[in-house]
Design a protein around this ligand. Structure first.
Ligand code: SAM
Length: 346
């Protein structure tokens, strides 16, 4: 049995309450370090996260200048920040669940424990994507953040936002409505494409659960507070990715593409899906963990024995059914440790 953890100090002891916002910030940074809080969901460091939590709790603009740190807090403001910091530090509640919001690509999204806190690499990738012909799918939409970013990036496109969790879809619905996109972003409760009406897509984007189960089991408490199904990709992390690539073959327009964020599974994806020749897109932190797969390669790979097309669909770009069926690389079954926890990108 592990030794009991010493009871953390509450904000009001031992040196008394700080009076200024800067005092609370310094106090919070110290306590974050002493308690070894996990970061990466809202900000990469304790200063940024605590400042965000304080400003947001006090209803102050997030782009306030440094002078705001001199502000003396009223008694009720002190009580509010004490409560928020207590829940973050003592109870390990992620800051975004305390504020009920998260920012991605300069846009605000509602969040609560029904959805993972948005921090996808797609925030870097979506603005760099070229023209897309036809419909777009965001598979594993969670809060709907990527479906919203895609709909804003492609104002002519309809976007299907697909999510297995009914609870998460309710959050997505609110976010889509907040952004005035209810007419173009269509929500579907579905296990990947199982229950989505037949359609062809010019682009399929997905940030699926991709952490191997054993990694999720060992994540810090803050990350365990996110929905497990948002993180856990099965024994080797590839469960949803496999299903998505199988089904995407029958869902793409000719010339369509699939983009998937895979975290630490790059090697595993290269190994298992070598026939699909995944191309890895550059990300600012050098992890380059979003792959692009061209639809015509999937169409070939999907022709392997035993697979049948959903009723009403023909394979894209494969008018000749005599095209050889290329088997995908064998499933390794090995665990490629995810670079976890997924950490923040804004
Ligand atoms: C990593 S989160 C991504 C959420 C959002 N796209 C983002 O980037 O913040 C993965 C989401 O996939 C959902 N999910 C898990 N398995 C799924 C499945 N088989 N089909 C559809 N959605 C699934 C989870 O509920 C979760 O909301």
């Amino acid at each position: 049995m592990s030794p009991p953890r010493p009871k953390p100090k509450s904000p009001s002891e031992p040196a008394g309450r700080p009076e200024t916002l800067g005092g609370w910030l310094a106090w919070a940074e110290t306590r974050y370090a002493e308690e070894g809080l996990a970061l990466g969901q809202v900000a990469a460091d304790a200063h940024d996260e605590a400042l965000y939590l304080l400003l947001s709790t006090l209803g102050l603009p997030l782009d306030s200048d440094e002078g705001v740190l001199e502000r003396t807090l009223t008694r009720s403001e002190q009580a509010a920040v004490e409560k928020a910091l207590g829940r973050r530090i003592l109870e390990r509640v992620p800051a975004a669940y305390l504020t009920g919001e998260a920012w991605l690509g300069g846009h605000k999204f509602r969040v609560d424990p029904r959805v993972i806190i948005p921090r996808s690499y797609f925030v870097e990738i979506i603005p760099r994507l070229g023209p897309v012909r036809g419909r777009i799918a965001d598979v594993c939409t969670g809060s709907g953040c990527l479906a919203v970013l895609l709909a804003l990036r492609y104002p002519e496109a309809d976007v299907d936002a697909i999510e297995l969790s009914k609870d998460a879809l309710e959050v997505a619905r609110a976010n889509v409505r907040d952004h005035g996109l209810s007419k173009r972003v269509h929500l579907h409760q579905s296990d990947v494409f199982d229950a989505v009406p037949l359609a062809r897509y010019g682009l399929i984007v997905s940030n699926p659960p991709y952490e191997p189960t054993a990694i999720v089991d060992g994540l810090p408490e803050e990350f365990q507070r996110e929905p497990r199904m948002a993180l856990d990709g099965g024994a080797d992390g590839l469960d949803v990715i496999r299903k998505l690539l199988d089904q995407a073959a029958h869902r793409l327009e000719s010339g369509g593409r699939v983009l998937i964020e895979v975290g630490g599974l790059r090697e595993a994806v290269d190994r298992e899906f070598s026939e699909l020749k995944p191309r890895w897109l550059r990300t600012a932190d050098g992890t380059d963990c979003v792959c692009l797969i061209e639809g015509f390669r999937l169409a070939r790979g999907s022709g392997r024995k035993g697979r049948s097309l959903p009723e009403g669909l023909e394979r894209p770009g494969t008018a000749s059914s005599s095209r050889p069926a290329a088997a995908r690389g064998g499933r390794s079954g090995s665990t490629s440790a995810g670079k976890s926890p997924r950490s923040r990108r804004s």
